[in-house]
Design a protein around this ligand. Structure first.
Ligand SMILES: C[S@@+](CC[C@H](N)C(=O)[O-])C[C@H]1O[C@@H](n2cnc3c(N)ncnc32)[C@H](O)[C@@H]1O
Length: 302
C-alpha cells in the first residue's frame, strides 16, 4: 500500500478553502496537549504551538493509514519510536489511534534518562498502559531483550546525527513492515566529503557540487538521505520521500516512508556501492552496505 498522499493542492477554479482556525485533529485530547506543553494551561495556542500542531497533523496523515493497514491486516501492532525525546509522536498516536481502537503498543527509545522518566510518569498519569519507554540508544535497541522480537513500524523523527542510521539498522534487523524517518542534520557524510575534498576536486568536476562549505553541508545531507533510500531499497523496501510541512525553514524537512515488500530493487546495492566509490566515501560503506566497498585503485580514480 502507498502512504496517503499530501492533500490535493491543484487549482480548481475556486478560491482555496480557508485554513482551519484550530489545527487540532478531531478527538485530540486537550489535556494531553497541555501536558505536552503544546497548549498553555488555559488551553490556548501561541504561534509556536500552532506550528507544532500543524506539524503533528501533517505527520499523522502519513502514519494513520499505515496503522489502519496493520490493524486490519493483523489486529494488533508494535511501533518503536527511536530517539523519542519527549515522545510527542508516541503520545499523540496513542491518543488518536491506539487508545480509541484498543489495539497496538508503543515503545519510546531515548538516551536521556530524565525524558524516559518523564514519559513513563505521563503515560502512567494518562492511563496509557500500552506505552513503554526504554533508556537505550538506538544501536543498543537492536539486540535489547526488553524489546519485542516482532516490530511492525519503526519511527525516528529528527533522531540526532547517526541515530537515524541506527534506526534503519534496527528496522532491517526486525524486518519492520513500515519505517518512517525524518532524518536529522547528518554530519558524518559531509565530514568525509570535506576531508577528501582536494583529492575529489583533482579527480572530478562533480566535486564542485560540494566545494563551498555550505554546499558540503547541504550536499552531504542530501547524499545521506539518498544513500539511506538506496539502503532500504536494497533490503526490499519500497521508498517514498516527501516534505515535512511546517519545517520549511529547516534543512531537516524530509520525510522518508518505507514499506517492506519483499522485492529488492535490483540495482540498489550496486548503485549505492558505485556512488560511495565514485565520491570517495568508501570509509562509510559499512554504514550503508552489508559488504564493504573496497577502496578504489589509484588508476581508476583518474
Ligand atoms: C531532536 S530530538 C527529537 C525528539 C523527537 N523524536 C521529536 O521529534 O520531537 C532527538 C532525540 O534523540 C535522542 N538521541 C540522540 N541520539 C540518540 C541515540 N543514539 N539513540 C537514541 N536516542 C538518541 C536525543 O536525546 C533527543 O531526545
Amino acid at each position: 500500500m502507498n502512504p496517503k498522499k499530501s492533500p490535493n493542492t491543484r487549482h480548481s477554479g475556486k478560491p482555496p478553502a480557508p485554513a482551519p482556525a484550530e489545527p487540532l485533529i478531531a478527538g485530540q485530547s486537550i489535556e494531553l496537549l497541555k501536558e505536552l506543553h503544546i497548549l498553555t494551561r488555559e488551553g490556548k495556542l501561541n504561534q509556536d504551538s500552532r506550528r507544532k500542531l500543524k506539524q503533528v497533523r501533517h505527520l499523522y496523515q502519513f502514519i494513520e493509514p499505515l496503522l489502519v493497514h496493520l490493524q486490519e491486516a493483523q489486529g494488533d501492532f508494535t511501533l518503536v519510536d527511536l530517539g523519542a525525546g519527549k515522545s510527542y509522536l508516541g503520545f499523540i498516536l496513542y491518543d488518536l489511534f491506539l487508545h480509541p481502537r484498543h489495539c497496538g503498543q508503543i515503545f519510546g527509545i531515548e538516551t536521556r534518562a530524565e525524558l524516559v522518566t518523564r514519559s513513563r510518569e505521563l503515560a502512567g498519569r494518562l492511563g496509557f498502559s500500552r506505552m513503554y519507554f526504554e533508556h537505550l540508544s538506538a544501536e543498543a535497541s537492536i539486540h535489547a531483550p526488553t524489546l519485542p522480537a516482532r516490530v511492525d513500524i519503526v519511527t525516528a523523527l529528527h533522531a540526532c546525527d547517526t541515530a537515524t542510521d541506527d534506526a534503519i539498522r534496527f528496522a532491517l534487523h526486525k524486518r519492520a513492515r513500515f519505517v518512517v524517518l525524518a532524518p536529522c542534520c547528518q554530519a558524518e557524510v559531509a565530514a568525509v566529503l570535506r576531508q577528501n575534498k582536494s583529492a575529489a576536486l583533482a579527480r572530478t568536476p562533480l566535486a564542485e557540487l560540494w566545494r563551498h562549505p555550505i554546499h558540503t553541508r547541504e550536499f552531504g545531507s542530501l547524499l545521506t538521505n539518498v544513500l539511506r533510500c538506496l539502503q532500504l531499497e536494497a533490503h526490499a523496501y519500497r521508498v517514498t520521500t516527501t516534505e515535512l510541512v511546517g519545517w520549511e525553514h529547516s534543512l531537516k524537512n524530509e520525510l522518508i516512508i518505507a514499506e517492506y515488500t519483499g522485492q529488492t530493487r535490483g540495482n540498489a546495492a550496486q548503485r549505492l556501492a558505485t556512488i560511495l566509490h565514485q565520491l570517495g566515501l568508501e570509509a562509510l560503506s559499512s554504514r550503508f552496505l552489508d559488504s564493504p566497498v573496497p577502496p578504489a585503485p589509484a588508476e581508476n580514480n583518474a
